[in-house]
Design a protein around this ligand. Structure first.
Ligand code: GLN
Length: 486
């Protein structure tokens, strides 16, 4: 049996039956990492010794016959934008190359408490800024489906690691699509929960009003099981919401509920890959055949979403990243500095990569006196219009179906020199963050051998509906069973 390609559900059942131990599962993941990392570069830090010690702890629990949680003893990867006590956390940046956090992000902590075993910290675009993984200071991650292509970003390493079997699940972060787009490029299920559903405590902030932690798995059942563990209020994050966490898996055995689906006409744009459009339309047809009602809807401010996102994100990022000053965190360049200001400048110049600098400049500009009203305030006003579009839509339908990304995985280097084209790959994903809505990408087919996902969005805290629909679709299609050759 291939221990690297198991679903969480199968791995868990195997542990319960004692077909294998947690140590064997974790060792298989570590062997996979050893074999594949020279090709993929999905991890920045591998924590093999700690992982094996954790695995032994899980095995003792199993031997004692203690009740196990869905992730007990399973090897997991954590995006390097989530802080982990005792394991270096870089945010994909040189400025945090030697940063050792003194605490652990709540979502990660909940997985650890449930017995999950961290095998390492996954590669990502610097501070989550990117859609390809190429903006990491630790080199680009390759797509296991085609090593000449990007795995998507910014949670590039998390997606590549799960797709290639270097771990069985991974956490990522999604500020404008960084979980859903790489999930689509790597044939995975990727969920960005509602803003406030999962604590952001310990998530290194990119844009605080848009950021959310989420999940990469192979299947919908697995996604539901992990969400159940990481969701819920946290006193350390005042934006996390006190709302009961449902048992998302409960309904998978019965028939799916009656759900009305909407397809926004603005999400089929000129310039999108015709095969992606075809796959999306075929998926919608399949959902109709499964008995769901589908109607066309309109989200009229969709064309403005990308502009709104690329004003609000840099504004918030420029202020969040002010904390990296060479004094309190990470890299400090004092050589040749005469004043404190010099230390700030030299440290930031040496520590930040070009995309981070670009966004700090953009953000500082749109917040500056004289431009604030024209750019930042205007973007906030249009943000409200986008939110209202969704409110109106969700009066008529339960769920919204769209493509996840306008193209399948693109080639390494193809968009790197052209930030505007790179930003365009976020066109279908940013709106969910702008409105704080949950969104999930799930495998829906292949274009010239490359995976393509579709996106399902719901109103706030309706992850249960998304998962119910996705589960019904997955059962009929089973694209998730295909794995890359790498
Ligand atoms: N690609 C988007 C960006 O570059 C999304 C990033 C994210 O979700 N972290 O901002």
């Amino acid at each position: 049996m291939e221990l690297n390609q198991l679903t969480i559900k199968d791995a868990h059942e195997g542990l319960v039956r004692r077909d294998y131990s947690s140590r064997e599962l974790v060792q298989a993941a570590l062997d996979g990492i050893k074999k594949l990392e020279p090709k993929l570069n999905a991890f920045i830090t591998v924590s093999d010794e700690a992982a094996l010690a954790q695995a032994d702890k899980a095995d003792k629990k199993i031997k004692r016959g203690e009740p196990l949680e869905a992730v007990t003893g399973l090897p997991i990867g954590i995006k390097d934008l989530l802080v982990t006590e005792g394991i270096r956390t870089t945010a994909g940046s040189k400025i945090l190359e030697r940063y050792q956090p003194v605490y652990t992000a709540t979502a990660v902590d909940r997985l650890i408490k449930a017995g999950a075993v961290i095998v390492g910290k996954t590669n990502c675009d610097e501070f989550g800024m990117g859609a390809s993984g190429e903006n990491s200071a630790y080199g680009p991650t390759k797509n296991p489906w085609d090593l000449r292509r990007v795995p998507g970003g910014s949670s590039s390493g998390s997606a590549a690691a799960v797709a290639s079997g270097e771990c069985l699940l991974a956490l990522g972060t999604d500020t404008g699509g960084s979980i859903r787009q790489p999930a689509s490029f790597c044939n995975l299920v990727g969920l960005k929960p509602t803003y406030g559903r999962v604590s952001r405590y310990g998530l290194i902030s990119l844009a605080s009003s848009l950021d959310q932690i989420g999940i990469f798995t192979r299947t919908i059942e697995d996604c539901a099981a992990v969400l159940k563990i990481i969701a819920g209020q946290d006193p350390n994050d005042s934006t996390s919401v006190k709302k009961a966490v449902p048992n998302y898996s409960a309904e998978f055995e019965s028939d799916p509920p009656t759900l009305r689906l909407g397809v926004p006409k603005e999400y089929f744009v000129p310039g999108m890959d015709p095969e992606v459009e075809q796959i999306t339309r075929t998926a919608i047809k399949k959902l109709t055949e499964l008995g769901f009602s589908v109607e066309e809807i309109s989200l009229p401010h969709t064309p403005q979403a990308l502009a709104v996102y690329y004003l609000i994100l840099p504004a918030e990022a420029s202020s969040n990243l002010a904390r990296y000053d060479g004094i309190r965190y990470g890299l400090s360049v004092e050589a040749g500095a005469k004043t404190l200001d010099d230390v700030y400048k030299k440290s930031r110049k040496a520590g930040f990569g070009p995309e981070v600098k670009r966004r700090i400049m953009l953000g500082t500009y749109v917040l500056s006196a004289g431009y604030y009203d024209a750019y930042y305030r205007k973007a906030q006003q249009v943000r409200t219009l986008i939110i209202e579009d969704f409110q109106r839509a969700f009066e008529r339908v339960d769920l919204i179906i769209t493509p996840t990304s306008p193209t399948p995985a693109f080639a390494l280097g193809e968009k790197y020199e052209d930030p505007l084209t790179m930003y365009l790959s976020d066109i279908f994903t940013v709106s969910a963050n702008i409105a704080g809505l949950p969104g999930l990408s799930l495998p829906a087919g292949f274009a010239k051998g490359l995976p393509v996902g579709i996106q399902i969005m719901a109103s706030h805290f309706q992850e249960d509906k998304i998962l119910a629909l996705a589960h019904a679709y997955q059962k009929e299609t089973q694209y998730y069973k295909q794995t890359p050759k790498t």
